[in-house]
Write a protein that binds this ligand. Structure first.
Ligand code: BTN
Length: 241
């Protein structure tokens, strides 16, 4: 681990994201909070993140920038690319489902949730949470309502959670400053190479409606371009169904 990173391990916690947000004022920039067990894991779009037992990764990265806020919204996509590179070190072929889900063989292996902390009008920091199924058992997948997998099942051996976390965190901070300077453009090529949704007919759930169309590209800001009957829709939030 690099010297300028701080780490906090919590044996058992409701949610590492919630804990980091609650304690944000005391936490320094680039603090890594990770847990042995997580009882109330939060997911995107008000979903839950299920704890699949010991040895899985529940981690939140606390970021308190003093500049370059404009690219913060794309940090989840940056983390998804970083995660794919880490997973590739284990000999598997991950894919990204827009905006930041990471899948292996069409099954979800990880989830990413960014939450901001604001007090009054003051931005206090960003909590970038990630859950990765590293050591799950197939029988527990019935607790989850979508197709999921776990790294141990993909590679056929137990995964050292701390070693995985260290690889991921090192890879994340390697290009972090450059990413903040350049934004999504910096990762666009890698992101597109990992994307599993391009040129496909998609149905995307937005906050109050659903849009269908062919995924014809990604903008320089990481937005999804959907084309339908010659009309282009640029989506910056949503869930591919
Ligand atoms: C999703 O796919 O919906 C995102 C799931 C994010 C889960 C992680 S686990 C660590 C961190 N703490 C939380 O409560 N959620 C994130």
């Amino acid at each position: 681990m690099k010297d300028n990173l701080r780490e906090i391990f919590l044996e058992n916690i409701d949610s590492t994201n919630l804990w980091a947000k609650t304690n944000i004022e005391e936490l320094e920039d680039k603090t890594i909070v990770f847990a042995g067990a997580q009882t109330q894991g939060r997911g995107r779009l008000q979903r839950k993140w299920v704890d699949l037992g010991k040895g899985n990764l529940f981690m939140s990265i606390v970021l308190k920038p003093d500049k370059n806020y404009e690219h913060y919204a794309n940090l989840t996509q940056y983390l998804s690319v970083t995660l794919c590179k880490t997973l590739e070190e284990y000999g598997i072929k991950p894919e990204i489902k827009w905006p930041n889900d990471v899948l292996v063989n069409g099954k979800k292996i990880a989830g990413i949730l960014a939450e901001t902390s604001v007090k009054g009008t003051k931005f206090k920091g960003l909590v970038l949470g990630i859950g990765v199924n590293l050591n799950a058992q197939e029988k527990d997948f019935s607790k989850i309502d979508k197709k999921v997998t776990s790294l141990n099942l993909e590679v056929g051996e137990t995964i050292d959670m701390v070693e995985f976390k260290n690889k991921l965190v090192t890879s994340f901070f390697k290009d972090y400053n450059q990413f903040l300077e350049e934004g999504f453009k910096f990762i666009k090529r890698d992101y597109l190479a990992l994307a599993n949704f391009l040129d496909k007919e998609l149905c995307v759930a937005l906050i109050n409606e659903t849009k269908t169309g062919v995924a014809s590209g990604i903008t320089d800001k990481g937005e999804l371009i959907l084309t339908n009957n010659g009309n282009e829709f640029i989506l910056n939030i949503g869930d591919i169904l």
